[in-house]
Design a protein around this ligand. Structure first.
Ligand code: HEM
Length: 144
C-alpha cells in the first residue's frame, strides 16, 4: 500500500510539475479555471482543482508520458492462448509493459511529444481503452 499509494503519487506529482514548468500558457489556463471556480472563496478547495479541464488533461498527459508503473505486476495465464505468432502456455506469468504502450507510435501519434489535447473529450473517444491505462485494467485495477 505504501508503494502503491505514496510512490506513485510522488512520482506523478514530480512529472506533472516538470512538464508544466516550461509551459506558461498552460499554467495560466489552469490558474484561470481555478480562479473562476474559487471566485468569492478565500481558500482553494480540491473541487476547484480537480474540476479544472486543463488540470485534468495535464494530469492525464503526465501519466501517459511518464507513468510510475513501468510494467504491470504479473498475471498468470489461465488457459493457452495465441498472440500473433506466439503460442503462450497456461500457467505462464505475463507482465504488461504499460509505459512502453503509452509511448508507442502505433497507438499515440507523435508519442514522445507532450500534448494535452490527446485528452480532450473528442480525442478521448478515438483512444482504445487498453492503449492508455495508467491505473491498469481488469480486476486488479488501482483502487486509489
Ligand atoms: C497517480 C497515482 C497512481 C497510479 C499511477 C497508480 C497506478 C496503479 C497501477 C497501474 C496499479 C495496478 C498494478 C498492477 O496490477 O500491476 C495499481 C494498483 C494499486 N494501487 Fe495504485 N496508483 C496510484 C495511486 C494509488 C493510491 C493513491 C492508492 C491508495 C490510496 C493506490 C493503491 C493501489 C493498490 C492497493 C493497488 C493494488 C490493487 C490490487 O492488486 O488489487 N494507488 N495502482
Amino acid at each position: 500500500m505504501q508503494f502503491a499509494g505514496a510512490d506513485t503519487s510522488r512520482t506523478i506529482s514530480q512529472s506533472f510539475i516538470y512538464f508544466l514548468s516550461d509551459k506558461p500558457e498552460l499554467q495560466a489556463k489552469i490558474l484561470e479555471e481555478v480562479d473562476a471556480r474559487i471566485y468569492n472563496k478565500s481558500l482553494i478547495d480540491f473541487d476547484a482543482l480537480f474540476n479544472s479541464e486543463y488540470f485534468n488533461m495535464m494530469t492525464k498527459e503526465s501519466l501517459r508520458r511518464f507513468n510510475p508503473f513501468v510494467t504491470s505486476s504479473p498475471r498468470k495465464l489461465t488457459q493457452d492462448i495465441t498472440l500473433g505468432n506466439l503460442k503462450l502456455k497456461k500457467g505462464l506469468n505475463l507482465g504488461f509493459p504499460v509505459l512502453t504502450m503509452h509511448l508507442m507510435e502505433k497507438f499515440h501519434k507523435d508519442a514522445l511529444s507532450f500534448d494535452i489535447t490527446r485528452h480532450t473529450p473528442e480525442n478521448k473517444l478515438k483512444q482504445t481503452k487498453l492503449t492508455f491505462m495508467p491505473f491498469f485494467a481488469g480486476k486488479r485495477i488501482c483502487i486509489g
